[in-house]
Each structure stands twice: as C-alpha cells, then as structure tokens.
Design a protein around this ligand. Structure first.
Ligand SMILES: [Fe+2]
Ligand SMILES: [Fe+2]
Length: 348
C-alpha cells in the first residue's frame, strides 16, 4: 500500500519548519510522498489569508526542490472553513488504496479535542505528532497517534509575515514574496517609528508613480522606496557596523547622517534578500543624490518631495513627472539651497 503523509496549514507563507516536518515523515515514518494541503480558511484563526493562488505558487516552488512533495488543493476547492475531518473523509474515499498519516505539531496535539470530530479523525488516519527527541515524556500522544521525532525548526509563518527569521524560508519563496510584494510593507514596520513607516510608504508610492510616468519598472522603484530608510532608525553604532562590513573605510568618514543609505543597501541584501545592484545603488546614494541612474534619481526625488513632509511640492513633482533628469537637477538645487539656509540659520 502506498503511504502518504498529509501536512495541512495556511502556508502563509510556507517555511523551513514545514519542509523539515515533511522530510522527517519521509525519513522516520517511511512514507512515499508528502502532500501539502493549503487551507482555504483555517478554523480557530481569525486572520484573512493571503490569496490562495500565491500560497499555491509558493508551495510549487518548494515541490520543485523536493520531488516527493506534492500539493493537494482539496481544501482550496471547498467553500467555507477547512476542517480536517472533511478533508480526510474526501481523501480516504477518493484514494482507498493509500494509507494516510496526518502530521501535526505538539501544540496541535495538545488542543486536539478542539478539532471537529476528533474520534472519527483517528479512525480515518494515523496521526503523527512531531516533536523534539527529548520531549516524549511531556508529549500527549494518545491512542491512534504515533510520535515523529525531529528537531523542529524554530520559526512560524506569523514571524515571517512580520519580517523576522526571513532566512528560515526557502530562498525561492523569499524571492517570490518580494516579487509579489506579499508581506511588504509589514516587514519594515517593526524596524522604524510610525512616522518613518508612513514616510517610507509614501515615498514608495511616489517612486512607483514616477517610474510609471517614465516607463520604468514600477515594482523595482517601489521596492527601492519602501526600503530606502530601512537603516535610519538604527543606532548610529549599528549603522556603522553595516557600513564597515560593505564599504571602504572612507565611507565612515562621511557625515553620520549619510550612513543610513550605505547601511540600508547592505541590510536589504543580507536581511531581505534584495540583490539587485540597481536597487542597492539607489538606496546607498539616496541621501546625497550622487547617482544619475534613473531609479536612484527617482528615490532621491521622492524622498525629498514626499507629500507627507508638509510643504507644497506639487509643482516640483509635476516637473519630475515630465522630465526626470531636469526635475532631479531642480530638486537637488532646491535641496542644496535649503541645507545652506539651515546652516546659515544655525550660525546666527
Ligand atoms: Fe534617508
Ligand atoms: Fe527618507
């Protein structure tokens, strides 16, 4: 009889913890395949899930690297909440010659009585409870369940959604989330003040509009805008560390107000997986406006003309929409005049 392990979840997004669990079922329980079952709407959870098509696409990327993993879309196709009991009834009648094992974590095992129809669930399939090797004593493995020893990967989808532990998702999935702007801007929110967050979103919006006006890649411009101040609220010592890691020593001799651009261009790569040299260049030069690459000009302009800054920048925005290069020169000149005035006032 063919043996299949079933792993249900929101997969919003799929991460290394899910993959490790499926792999453990292959290694420890000797199953032939692991079927990943994305929920349409998870019971016991309030949150609205990311569009099912995106979650499916991310799972497809995982299956490409793990040939024994498959996707089962039975829950996505069914309306309403995704109860395991309905899924198991469907699968066992549809595939009578397959022996199913449903994979759950220790937390789910503890609240198993809250699941719909737990008695029937245990008749339909074997349940395997994944947990650390040393946790067996505390583990609630009841009749009809088996223990699946594994070292769980300490990560949850909600941590990833809020921008933490981004290295614990497959790189292909991380690139997909960036490409489709799935968890941005939420990723950057915990890294900055509310004020800076609003500014970053507003700058990103203006970047996108400028890119559109000049027939450039709108998504690339938006990414540049959303990340441009990612390092600005970090303590100066921490900014300096990032700068020192990626730039020649003279970068740190520049005014500390400039550092966050350099630091940001390194953080986007190391933390968020943005490797595009055009985006990195635009972020690193955004403070002074020293690059004439169109994306660098766009983020410099958008940063200085951000409507949230509280002065009327509409005429300059209009000028930049019509002519990027000359608009950029105008904004630079205005900025220089503003800084000069500020300097003179300080000296008074
Ligand atoms: Fe900045
Ligand atoms: Fe800014």
């Amino acid at each position: 009889m063919k043996k299949v392990a079933l792993l249900g979840g929101s997969f919003d997004p799929v991460h290394n913890g899910h993959i490790a669990m499926g792999q453990a079922a292959i290694d420890q329980l000797g199953v032939d395949e692991v079927w990943l079952i994305p929920a349409r709407k998870a019971p016991l959870k309030e949150r609205v899930l990311t569009n099912g098509a995106h979650r499916l696409n991310m799972l497809r990327l995982v299956c490409r690297d793990h040939p024994r993993f498959r996707i089962c879309d039975v829950e996505l196709k069914r309306n309403g909440e995704s109860f395991t009991i309905d899924t198991l009834e469907t699968l066992t009648s549809q595939f009578p010659d397959i022996e199913f094992t449903w994979l759950i974590g220790a937390d789910q095992a503890k609240q198993f009585d809250r699941w719909k129809n737990p008695k029937r669930l245990l008749e339909l399939a074997r349940f395997a409870v994944a947990d650390r090797n040393d946790a067996l004593d505390e583990l609630d493995v009841r009749e009809g369940m088996v223990y699946l020893p594994m070292q769980p990967v300490d990560v949850s989808s909600s941590e990833i959604r809020s921008g933490m532990k981004l290295n614990l998702m497959p790189e292909s999935v991380r690139q997909y989330t960036l490409e489709h702007e799935l968890y941005l801007p939420a990723w950057i929110k915990p890294q900055m003040s509310d004020h800076r967050f609003a500014h970053s979103c507003s700058v990103a919006r203006l970047c996108r509009e400028l890119a559109k006006a000049h027939h450039l890649d709108e998504h690339k411009a938006w990414l540049t805008g959303i990340f441009h101040d990612i390092a600005k609220d970090l303590p100066k010592e921490e900014q300096a560390k990032w700068v020192a890691a990626a730039f020649p020593p003279q970068a740190l001799k520049e005014h500390p107000a400039i550092w966050h651009g350099y630091a940001g261009s390194e953080i986007v790569t190391r933390v968020y997986g943005v490797y595009d040299p055009i985006i990195k260049n635009a972020i690193s030069t955004h403070v002074k406006g020293t690059s004439y690459d169109p994306y660098a000009m766009i983020v410099f302009i958008s940063d200085k003309l951000d409507p949230l800054r509280g002065y009327d920048s509409s005429a300059l925005i209009e000028a930049c929409m019509n002519d990027l290069y000359n608009g950029f020169l105008l904004v630079k000149a205005e900025n220089r005049a503003y800084l000069e005035k500020e300097r003179q006032e300080k000296e008074k």
